[in-house]
Design a protein around this ligand. Structure first.
Ligand code: FES
Ligand code: FES
Length: 172
């Protein structure tokens, strides 16, 4: 067993883990962070995506011990303490960018990384940026729209009509 100390969604956790424990299993089974889901366990689907040190990673391809000393953000750490959704979450909601929702946690986390690097991505850049995340429901169109809308909202370039509808959605 190896001791790891990881900050997850702003809370420091120190635990003994087997060296072979995957980060996704540590998050779900030890910390109860079941918002991070497992779709394939073979690094293909992206549903397990989290931010590790601010960069998106597929947490089924990272050992828990590799996260020692690092900061991890999961989908459960994105919303504000008062429940206000992160702009990417809000944009997914507003743009109807999910159906079954299974891919959504990973999509949102990958989108956060994408927008941190490129706040105003083109459609092509969005599609390339999320190519490691698979969705079997939506056809991706509204996911792409949501990510671009979130980029505009986060960089303050949303049109007034978009900003108004976002505000109304928050109040609804
Ligand atoms: S569960 Fe990690 S990529 Fe599919
Ligand atoms: S919304 Fe169902 S897999 Fe993406």
């Amino acid at each position: 067993m190896t001791q790891v100390s990881v900050t997850v969604d702003g809370v420091v956790y120190t635990d003994e883990v087997e060296a072979r424990t995957l980060l996704v299993h540590y998050l779900r089974e030890r910390l109860g962070k079941v918002g991070t889901v497992v779709g394939c366990d073979t690094s293909n689907c992206g549903s397990c995506t989290v931010l590790l040190g601010g960069m998106s990673v597929k947490s089924c391809s990272v050992l828990a011990v590799q996260a020692n000393g690092s900061e991890v953000t999961t989908i459960e750490g994105l919303a504000a303490a008062d429940g206000t959704l992160h702009p990417v979450q809000q944009a997914f909601y507003d743009s109807h960018a999910l159906q079954c929702g299974f891919c959504t946690p990973g999509m949102v986390m990958a989108s956060c990384d994408l927008l941190a690097e490129n706040p105003n991505p083109s459609e092509q850049e969005v599609r390339e940026g999320i190519e490691g995340n698979l969705c079997r429901c939506t056809g991706y169109q509204n996911i792409v729209k949501a990510i671009q809308a979130a980029g505009r909202a986060m960089s303050g370039t949303a049109t007034s009509s978009t900003a108004t509808s976002n505000t109304e959605a928050v109040r609804a």
